[in-house]
Design a binder for this molecule. Structure first.
Ligand SMILES: [Zn+2]
Length: 97
């Protein structure tokens, strides 16, 4: 399992997911809290699946998302070379919650 970190934009400490709820098959809401007691920032975040980057090998006929345009796929390849971002973190931690 990856050990990506969610980082507080105020104090740069680690954020943890206090709770999360699925509101739609493509949308998950998460409530995050900064682990630095002096900061204590809490925030609502959402993780939304918006575009298909590559088709499923086991497609569910009820799942319909637009295919990502070529520019978006190029951007995703560039982002994969960078540091993990917020979405990488949400993906990892929500799935393990
Ligand atoms: Zn903080």
């Amino acid at each position: 399992m990856s050990t990506y970190k969610l980082v507080c934009p105020h104090c740069c400490s680690r954020l943890r997911i206090r709770t999360s709820e699925g509101t739609h098959i493509f949308l998950r809401i998460a409530y995050l809290q900064c682990l630095n007691e002096a900061c204590g920032w809490c925030v609502r975040a959402q993780f939304e699946m918006t575009h298909e980057m590559s088709p499923s090998g086991m497609p569910n006929p009820n799942v319909h998302l637009p295919m990502a345009p070529i520019a978006m796929r190029r951007e995703a390849m560039r982002a994969a070379d960078d540091q993990p971002d917020l979405l990488d973190v949400l993906d990892t931690e929500v799935l393990s919650a």
